[in-house]
Design a protein around this ligand. Structure first.
Ligand SMILES: N[C@H](CCC[C@H](N)C(=O)O)C(=O)O
Length: 269
């Protein structure tokens, strides 16, 4: 079998994208997906994303669920992950490149509906609402589609993100699922530098979309940083805009930044 694939990256968070509208890709083959994401034995990526038809076989679309496509996201370890913000921006660029919509799209992901707008450079992706920011034994924890710890530090450049991140990722407070871990340093009144340890990749990535979204909301709540928050990651710059609710939650959250096609190829099995 052969499968055409495309490689996309969003601020250095990189993904194998496959047009699976015919449903032929063996999505339950975890070892295969892990191998394709491997940087020595495969294409190399932080995750693999399928673009599927909505409704799928046996599903019925209602008027409210008139989606352009469905996003199915796998982490580099081959397991289906929770929501991926940079992957979401990449699949929107992919769907746009495939001609599935012109400027605005609605699609379905594991955490529900997303809308997104494409401009020349940037993809603005609407994220799910966040109802609560928790304190778990002094660690700030929230779910922005994926689970995230946010910790502010003074010297992010020299921090051992993998060692520190891994110890929090496996902390019993977050089991059985574990958590992604973001370390953040305030650079100025509305800019934060973020480095993320990603579960499922089990390493630091160059950028994490749901992670920087989490950091922006915590920066607003704990440090009164104003909307929109500018984020610097190793892989580039992002912006997060949001509305804060009286009860402490957030909605109309947008993750904004570039997403690009890098190359195309063919996987032969
Ligand atoms: N890189 C992704 C996060 C993937 C989340 C994944 N690591 C998990 O928790 O399953 C992003 O841009 O939001």
């Amino acid at each position: 079998m052969t499968y055409d694939f495309f490689k996309y990256q969003g601020t250095g968070n990189d993904f194998v994208l496959i047009d699976d509208r015919n449903g032929a890709f063996p999505a339950s083959d975890q070892a295969l997906i892990e191998r394709l994401c491997h940087r020595r034995f495969g294409v190399g990526a932080d995750g693999l994303i399928l673009l599927q038809n909505y409704p799928g076989p046996g599903e019925e679309a209602s008027e409210e669920s008139d989606y352009d496509f469905r996003m199915v996201y796998f982490n580099a370890d081959g397991a289906e992950g929770s929501m991926c913000g940079n992957g979401g921006r990449c699949i929107v660029r992919f769907a746009h490149d495939l001609g599935l919509f012109e400027t605005e799209t609605r699609f379905l992901a594991v955490d529900g509906e997303h809308v997104a707008v494409v401009s020349e450079e940037n993809i603005s992706l609407k994220m799910g609402a966040v109802s609560v920011i928790e304190d778990r034994d002094g660690l700030t924890f929230l779910n922005t589609g994926s689970p995230h710890v946010v910790r502010f530090v003074d010297d992010l450049e020299s921090l051992d993100v993998v060692a520190e991140g891994r110890s929090i990722r496996y902390n019993s407070l977050f089991q059985p699922g574990g958590t992604n871990v973001n370390f953040a340093q305030v650079l100025d009144d509305n800019t934060v530098f973020v480095r993320t340890y990603e579960r499922g990749v089990e390493d630091e990535t160059y950028s994490c979309g749901t992670g920087v979204t989490a950091v922006a909301l915590v920066a607003h709540q704990q440090l009164t940083m104003a909307d929109p928050v500018s984020i610097k990651t190793i892989g580039g710059n992002l912006r997060v805009s949001f509305t804060s609710q009286a009860g402490g939650g957030f909605d109309t959250i947008y993750l904004i930044g570039p997403a690009k096609r890098v190359f195309a190829g063919t996987i032969s099995l």
